[in-house]
Every structure is written in structure tokens, then in C-alpha cells.
Design a protein around this ligand. Structure first.
Ligand code: FE2
Length: 667
């Protein structure tokens, strides 16, 4: 008796997702398999569903997997196909969904598992186990590790983004929109002609006239108010680098600020304010001794400053002292707001320039881009598509390998923009990255722990913390729901050998087996797994948004974020002027290249996927799908709350509004 299986093929909506090649399918079940059956590819169109019959002489039992392959016809060349999923209705009336969501480019046979998530010990059929093994063997071959530099997290083995497997490359839309060249950005910013001008700026006014295009409300505000001390301090809480400042109860020994040096309004003094927890510190010791770049034959300067802040009675944070080098000395004065205008301003400029390097290399590149890449490569190598953690995390790795390969080629490679024009480009770059990795801790990657360790729970007007903690909780509840649905006990976590291999891979390749980081080397409990997966999603989405999305807002007005400085810092007070400041700031061409870079890195692609949106249905079961919906609803609510709060702020804090957070590190 003929058994008829109804097969519906859903092809993705993305550009060029359809195929004219001949597509074949084989259904594989616990009691047998169908013949390899031809599906009429003329019906396979982008964004469509086409239904076919697959006839068998007997029931196949419970369907375990499908095999798909495509061959070109004599009239058509090989062309890639992007199926979303295949749905099969068995003669018994059971529906099986097979999520795919990847390009099929070659003529090989590709196996896809039924959508119900399975851990390795859930496999009840040898076919399932075999498919699992084969998938991981293939992935291991496609996604190799490479040691780019000693002391820095391993990265994907590739020679540029075009050599990556298709499924992790940018879509046609994103690729077309995102031409990662400074040249294009310079053209778009209408700065053409300035990129070869090696002269120094003659005045701040001259800079204002140049930047007539591409303003944001905040970039305009920065241009007008960048010298303001309150705004300088504000940026350490709510700018692009909110992860360095910490409460200071005891002054570091190498920062000998005394009571009589600093003016504390209200009759108090520094010692009292330290005791009362009203003093804060930014310490750039990570940059100490790092070699500064040589740009166009000119030696550059990169300081390792210490900055002290005071929380005033009106809750405003204000800078009260700056020392530009780590070792106190007569030629390393402690600058104060009461010094001459240009002494104090020059000291703040050196701080902001150091902050640019520390932010870009440590907070942005290492702690989001490079770690997200480690999470992505480990996931691809160690967990098969059918694993619940793969389904949970894969949307948060979208485009990460591609953007990082682009960055390695065009930003931090030998001729990259950062290498050519930033004070920390070149030799210093890998040294800073390696030192940053050795000081990374698991706690610093989890915002509740990080805020507690920096003792910043009660700092007023700290929106990065307020929004970040709320986001962490929303992500945590979602992750907890999914993980507890699949793991009912700690034993199950311990027994999941794939999961254990995955975390081990992250520990070894991402954190170079440094135990002192506190990164887990294995998972013993369900709650350990929940926390780690929350950290992965938070890092790839929220944390990246916090340190990425404001780059143009705060960096477009160059004096607020100079990417390099070309004169040494003053060694004594009273030697600065407007002229020395202009001679210290980067020249016109370097400025223009820096602005082009931050412009590129702050742009959003039209195929951007916001946090909590899952256009690809990796989960097919009711519970995780409902949890995804609840997650999205909670994020929508949080977005409304943040927008409401922002209405009352002079500078709205938008970087952690869920609507502006991308699901993955994609820019
Ligand atoms: Fe980024």
C-alpha cells in the first residue's frame, strides 16, 4: 500500500534565496527511509512555500531527519538555495518540522534534524547519533581556530570574510549597504579632499565648519559643550565607555592627591568624602608602558592617566584631579580644575584620548567582538543544530564572524584604519589586548556582579546601570525558562557531554585556559548554565550596544575623543595655550579618518534584527516559542519605560533601549 507524505518546502525571503537547481529530498524515519525524491525546483521561489508528495511503500515510523541535495540542470548553473524549513505531514497525520535556515550551495547531501531539541542522551535512534556526529565533523572542518596573536583570544581560521562559510556571511542586503571602506564614509560625510591634508587644525572654529553633514543631536551638543566638566564626567557613566569608573574609598598610592589640593564644595574635604563613598576613580593602568604609534613619521603619545571624581551634594559627578602618568613625579603634575583653562583642558584631552584606546580595544573589541566570536565558533564546532543551546544562542552570533574578519582586514590589519591612525594602533594594539585579556574576569562580564564589584549600586543618574540591570534580568528570565525546560536536574547538565565540551572550548580558546578569570571550565549545575548563557546573550547584544552605538555621538566632535595625540603631555603647569592644544590634537587627515571610522561603526543595517526577535524558527516546540514571545513582550515594555524616562533627561540615554540593541555583534 502506498503511503503518501506531504512535504512543504519554505524558502527564505532574503535576496537570491530561490534556486533553479534540481532539489531532492529523502525522508528518514525509525522504520525506514523514502527514495530520494525530486522536488520540482521551478516551484521553489524566494519567500514561498511549495508542497510535494513523497510516496513510500510502507510507513517510515517516527521521522528523525531529512536529507536534501541539489544538482544543477544542463540549462542552469549551480545556484545557492536558502531554505527556511521543511514541513512533513505523515500519512498518520503527524506533523514534523525541520528547521534549516542556511545556504545550500554545493551538491553534497545535507542532513537536517526534526525541530524538537535533543540533548545527546535523548537520542533514541542510532541514526540521530550518527547525524549528530557527522554534523560536528563537518563543522569542525568548516570552522577552525586560529591564533592571531599570542595572549589574545583565538579567532576563526579564515582569510577574509569572503572565505567564510556562506551561512555566516553578511546577507546580500547587508553586504551591499555596508561597504567597509573609509573612502566611502569620507565621501558620504562630505569630507572629501581633507583625507590627505596633513596640516594641523588652525582653530576649533575651523573644525566646526568642516563638519556640516551627518549630525546627531548629541554630536551637536558635544560640539557646543565638550569643555564642560559635568559633561566630561557624565560620559564615564553614560557615554560609550561606562565600564571603567569605580567607587574609590582609598586613593591609590601612586595618585597622591591631598585635601588641600582639591576644593570640595560645602566645607567638606577629600578625606571625608572618600570615607563617605563620594569619590570615584578611573584608572587607565592597563595602558601603562604601552608603546604609542608612529603616524606619518611622527611619534604619538598615549598616556595611562588617573582621574578622580567627586559626587557633589546636587548629585552631579565632577572631575577634581587628573594625573596623566602612573608614577608620581615632579614632571607629572596633578592637574586641577583650578589650573589655567588650557592646562585643565589639555589634561582632560589626554584622558579622553587614553579613554578612546581603552574603550575601543578593551571594552569594545575584546570584551564584545572577540568574545562574541569565541562564543560563536565554539557553538558551531561543539553543538549540533538539534541541541537546545544551539537553538537558543545561534541567533546571537549572526554576522559576528563576518564583521570581525572585516575588522581584522580593514581596521586592525597592517594597513587598517586603526593601525594607521590611532595612538594604540600597531605594536601597542596586541599588547593592550593581551594585557586586557589577562585582567578579564567572569564577574566583570556579568553586569550585576560588575556593578557590585565597582561599588556603583547607588550612584545617581547612572542609566547604563539602570537599564543594563533590567535587561540582564529580562534576558535571565528568558534563558532560565528555556534551560529549565530542557534540563530538569544538575545531573542532566553534568551528563551532557556536548555542553561540557562547548564550555571547555570557550575556556581554552577564548580565555586561554586562565583559571584566574573565573570562567567556568565545566558546568555542574543548571543555574551555572543559566548564568553563563545569560552572559553570552547579554554580551553579544546589550553590552555591545552600550559600547558601540554611541561612537558617532561622542566621537564625531574630535576634541572630545581624539584617536591619537601628537605632542607629549605638559610636564609642568602654565605651559599650555590654545596653540599647544591645537598642536597636540591630531592633524586634519587623521581626524577625518577617525570620524569616518566611527561613522561606519555606528550605522545600522536595514536587515538589522533587534534583541529578542527570532525571525528564524530554530525552536519548534510550544514552550520555548512562548518564552521567546514573553521575552519580546518584556523587552517592548522595557523600551517604553526607557523612552518615558528619557523624556525628562537633558541627554536621553538610548543605547540600552531594546529597540536599538541588535541581537548579535554585527557592526
Ligand atoms: Fe562593534
Amino acid at each position: 500500500m502506498v503511503r503518501n507524505y506531504k512535504v512543504t518546502v519554505y524558502t527564505g525571503e532574503r535576496a537570491c534565496s530561490a534556486t533553479l537547481n534540481s532539489v531532492h529530498i529523502k525522508l528518514v524515519g525509525t522504520d525506514g527511509e523514502s527514495d530520494r525524491t525530486w522536488l520540482n525546483s521551478m516551484m521553489i521561489c524566494g519567500g514561498s512555500a511549495s508542497t510535494y508528495d513523497v510516496c513510500c511503500t510502507k510507513s517510515l515510523g517516527k521521522l528523525v531527519l531529512i536529507e536534501l541535495d541539489k544538482r544543477h540542470c544542463y540549462l542552469t548553473p549551480d545556484d545557492a538555495w536558502f531554505p527556511d524549513k521543511v514541513e512533513v505531514k505523515s500519512p498518520e497525520g503527524n506533523i514534523y518540522i525541520f528547521p534549516i535556515h542556511c545556504w545550500i550551495c554545493d551538491r553534497e547531501t545535507h542532513r537536517f534534524r526534526e525541530g524538537k531539541a535533543l540533548r545527546i542522551f535523548d537520542e533514541s535512534h542510532s541514526l540521530g547519533e550518527y547525524a549528530r556526529q557527522q554534523e560536528l565533523i563537518q563543522r569542525k572542518a568548516n570552522y577552525g581556530w586560529e591564533e592571531e596573536s599570542p595572549g589574545v583570544p583565538n579567532c576563526i581560521e579564515a582569510d577574509g570574510p569572503c572565505t567564510l562559510p556562506y551561512e555566516v556571511q553578511f546577507s546580500f542586503t547587508k553586504d551591499t549597504e555596508f561597504k567597509f571602506t573609509a573612502g566611502a564614509a569620507i565621501l558620504e560625510l562630505e569630507l572629501k579632499g581633507l583625507e590627505f591634508c596633513t596640516e594641523n587644525w588652525k582653530s576649533l572654529d575651523e573644525m566646526k565648519h568642516v563638519f556640516s553633514n551627518k549630525h546627531t543631536q548629541l554630536s551637536d551638543f558635544m560640539q557646543d559643550h565638550w569643555m564642560d566638566d559635568g559633561l566630561f564626567a557624565y560620559q564615564f557613566l553614560n557615554g560609550v565607555h561606562p565600564t571603567l569608573i569605580q567607587r574609590c574609598k582609598t586613593l591609590p598610592k601612586n595618585f597622591p592627591v591631598t585635601d588641600d589640593m582639591v576644593f570640595i564644595p560645602g566645607g567638606s574635604n577629600l578625606s571625608n568624602e572618600l570615607k563617605q563613598g563620594k569619590i570615584y576613580l578611573c584608572d587607565y593602568k592597563n595602558l601603562d608602558g604601552m608603546p604609542a604609534n608612529i603616524i606619518q613619521g611622527i611619534k604619538q603619545y598615549l598616556m595611562a592617566p588617573l582621574v578622580l571624581f567627586h559626587k557633589r551634594p546636587d548629585d552631579k559627578l565632577m572631575p577634581i584631579a587628573i594625573q596623566l602618568k602612573q608614577i608620581p613625579a615632579d614632571d607629572n603634575p596633578i592637574f586641577l580644575p583650578t589650573d589655567s583653562t588650557y592646562d585643565w583642558l589639555t589634561a582632560k584631552i589626554f584622558v579622553k584620548s587614553a579613554d578612546f584606546s581603552e574603550h575601543q580595544l578593551n571594552a569594545h573589541l575584546l570584551r564584545t567582538h572577540l568574545l562574541a566570536e569565541v562564543f560563536a565558533v565554539s557553538l558551531l564546532r561543539k553543538l549540533p543544530m538539534v541541541h537546545p543551546l544551539y537553538k537558543l544562542l545561534i541567533p546571537h552570533t549572526r554576522y559576528t564572524l563576518h564583521i570581525n574578519e572585516l575588522a581584522r582586514k580593514q581596521l586592525i590589519g597592517p594597513t587598517g584604519l586603526f593601525t594607521q591612525f590611532a595612538a594604540s594602533g600597531g605594536k601597542g594594539l596586541t599588547m593592550i589586548l593581551a594585557r586586557s585579556l589577562s585582567s578579564i574576569t567572569y564577574r566583570s562580564l556579568c553586569i550585576p556582579d560588575d556593578i557590585a564589584d565597582r561599588d556603583l549600586q547607588d550612584v545617581p543618574n547612572f542609566y547604563y546601570r539602570d537599564d543594563g540591570l533590567k535587561l540582564w534580568n529580562v534576558v535571565y528570565i528568558f534563558v532560565q525558562g528555556v534551560i529549565k525546560y530542557y534540563y530538569k536536574s544538575d545531573d542532566e547538565v553534568q551528563q551532557d557531554s556536548e555542553l561540557q565540551t562547548w564550555i571547555r572550548n570557550i575556556f581554552e580558546h577564548g580565555f586561554l585556559s586562565k583559571k584566574e578569570t573565573g570562567i567556568p571550565q565545566s558546568f555542574a549545575t543548571v543555574s551555572e548554565l543559566i548564568k553563563f548563557a545569560t552572559m553570552v546573550i547579554f554580551t553579544c547584544s546589550c553590552q555591545h550596544a552600550a559600547v558601540n552605538n554611541g561612537q558617532y555621538d561622542y566621537g564625531a566632535w574630535m576634541p572630545n575623543t581624539p584617536i591619537t595625540l601628537q605632542r607629549p603631555p605638559p610636564t609642568k603647569k602654565g605651559t599650555t595655550s590654545e596653540l599647544t592644544m591645537l598642536q597636540t590634537l591630531p592633524p586634519i587627515d587623521v581626524t577625518v579618518q577617525g570620524i569616518a571610522a566611527v561613522w561606519l561603526l555606528s550605522r545600522q543595517s536595514s536587515d538589522y534584527v533587534p534583541l529578542g526577535h527570532y525571525p528564524e524558527d530554530h525552536f519548534t516546540e510550544k514552550t520555548p516559542r512562548q518564552l521567546q514571545k514573553d521575552f519580546k513582550d518584556k523587552l517592548d515594555d522595557l523600551s517604553k519605560q526607557i523612552n518615558e524616562r528619557n523624556k525628562d533627561l537633558e541627554i536621553p540615554y538610548t543605547y540600552l533601549d531594546p529597540k536599538t540593541i541588535e541581537n548579535s555583534v554585527a557592526i
